[in-house]
Structures are given as structure tokens and as C-alpha cells.
Design a binder for this molecule. Structure first.
Ligand SMILES: [Zn+2]
Length: 264
């Protein structure tokens, strides 16, 4: 019999199992393979696995959650490498690099579509939340917990909205070659913070992202961010002010020089 990628027998996205006709035959990479050598998860049914990487004919979106994540990753990696090598070309379906402004902007038809960046941003956020739940489940096997239901709604069913916050690391202009993050980690400390505050933080593409992963996050936001800022500061990271991502271009889509200004 062919190997099946399931441990609990239920899909973390649609909450259905084999008795409802779901199959678990395809290797579910918890983070798109296009980002690197990424781990293989489980309890992600074939239908949901395909869903995140494709756009349906009736969708309003130009881009799938996974492609939005891959494209953003590509843009930020390009900007980080172009600091060192100005001959680099940006390979992207949706964005181009403008030499005159040293900035990345939507290209061709996309530039003319006012809704493009908004849609792209929503898909990027859904892609990040997708990665979180798949990786969390791979590491803890607790992804079916109902406190993650709103992640299922947002990422899988495209309902509601979840915020994404981030800090830029000002003293890390090279962002360690886009830091080749290809898995998330869930040490005890991160799990405790998740339980207490409902937040999970991840370092990706030279930034620290904050996800509201459980309904608890609504309550203790201020305390949590104060604590986190203090912790990163103690580690020697000089961080920018906290930003709530409204548009993907909030993620500094410009070529940063190595001489970054210090301070907040
Ligand atoms: Zn499913």
C-alpha cells in the first residue's frame, strides 16, 4: 500500500478524514519547495494541499497564497543580494525593479490594477498563516485544536481577516542571504507565549513577523509587544517600530544601502 501522509486521520484544514472521501497520498510540503529544502508534513489532505498553490477559475485573486509568499520571498531576496551585486535581475511574474527609484513595483498590467496589491497582500498573509499551522502541526500534532479555527477560516476558506505585524531589523541590512529559513521552530518558550498571549513570532526575510494565532491575541496585545520588543532589544537587535501590514509594499520594497540609519 502506498504511504499516506496522515497521523490523526483528519485534515487540519477541512477537518475531514478518509471516511469523508479525503485522501492523503501526496507529499505535503509545509512550506513551498520553491523556498528551499522544506519539511514534509502530515494531515493535510490532497485537496487542501493543492488548494493553497492554485487559483480557481472563479477566484478574484491573480495569485495563490503560496505563490504570493514565494514571490515576496523572491523580491526581498533580490533586494538583499542586489546590495552586493548590481548586475542581478529580478525574476518575477508580478514585479519589476526600477533602477531610477531603486524600488520594486508591480509590473505591466498589474500596475494598472488598483486592487492587485490589496489582493496580493491578502494572499501573502494567508500564505504565512498556512505555513504556521502546517508547521505547528508537524512539530506538535496539535493543529486540530479548535483555537485555530479562525486560521482555518482565513487561510483555507478565505473568510474574515487576520492581521500580520512586523518589525524590521535595522542593524541587519544583509539579512543573512534571506536567512534560508526553511522550517519554523516551536521551542518551549514559544509555545508558552502562544498559550499565554495567542501570538507566534517568526523570523523570515530579515524581519520578525507576529501572527495572531489564537483568539487570546485580542486581549494582551500591548503587554505582548512590549515584552517582545524588550527581548529582541536584549539580544542586540535594533528594531524598527512595529508595523501592521496593510499592503505588501509596507515591507520596504526598496534597495537599502548598507549604511542604514540607526535608531527608531
Ligand atoms: Zn483537507
Amino acid at each position: 500500500m502506498k504511504h499516506e501522509y496522515t497521523k490523526q486521520g483528519i485534515c487540519i484544514w477541512c477537518l475531514k478524514g478518509k471516511e469523508k472521501g479525503k485522501t492523503f497520498k501526496n507529499q505535503p510540503h509545509t512550506i513551498s519547495r520553491k523556498i528551499g529544502n522544506t519539511p514534509v508534513g502530515f494531515d493535510i489532505c490532497d485537496e487542501c494541499n493543492t488548494y493553497f498553490g492554485t487559483i480557481g477559475r472563479t477566484d478574484l485573486f491573480t495569485v495563490s497564497p503560496e505563490v504570493a509568499l514565494i514571490e515576496t520571498y523572491g523580491v526581498l531576496q533580490f533586494l538583499s543580494n542586489a546590495v552586493l551585486d548590481s548586475s542581478l535581475k529580478l525574476k518575477s511574474r508580478f514585479f519589476q525593479y526600477h533602477l531610477s527609484t531603486s524600488a520594486v513595483q508591480p509590473k505591466g498590467d498589474y500596475e494598472l490594477k488598483p486592487k492587485f496589491l490589496k489582493n496580493f497582500t491578502r494572499q501573502f498573509k494567508r500564505g504565512i498563516y498556512e505555513v504556521f499551522l502546517q508547521e505547528y502541526h508537524r512539530c506538535t500534532q496539535n493543529g486540530l485544536d479548535q483555537r485555530f479555527d479562525h486560521i482555518r477560516s482565513f487561510a483555507r476558506a478565505d473568510l474574515g481577516d487576520l492581521p500580520l505585524y512586523f518589525l524590521e531589523e535595522k542593524d541587519a541590512p544583509q539579512m543573512e542571504a534571506a536567512d534560508t529559513t526553511s522550517s519554523l521552530s516551536f521551542p518551549e518558550n514559544a509555545l508558552l507565549l502562544l498559550d499565554e498571549f495567542g501570538f507566534y513570532s517568526l523570523r523570515l526575510m530579515g524581519r520578525v513577523f507576529f501572527l495572531e494565532v489564537t483568539p487570546k491575541a485580542k486581549g494582551g496585545k500591548e503587554t505582548y509587544f512590549r515584552k517582545e520588543h524588550h527581548a529582541w532589544h536584549k539580544k542586540g537587535s535594533l528594531l524598527s517600530k512595529l508595523v501592521k501590514l496593510e499592503l505588501i509594499t509596507d515591507l520596504d520594497f526598496t534597495l537599502r544601502s548598507t549604511a542604514t540609519d540607526q535608531g527608531f
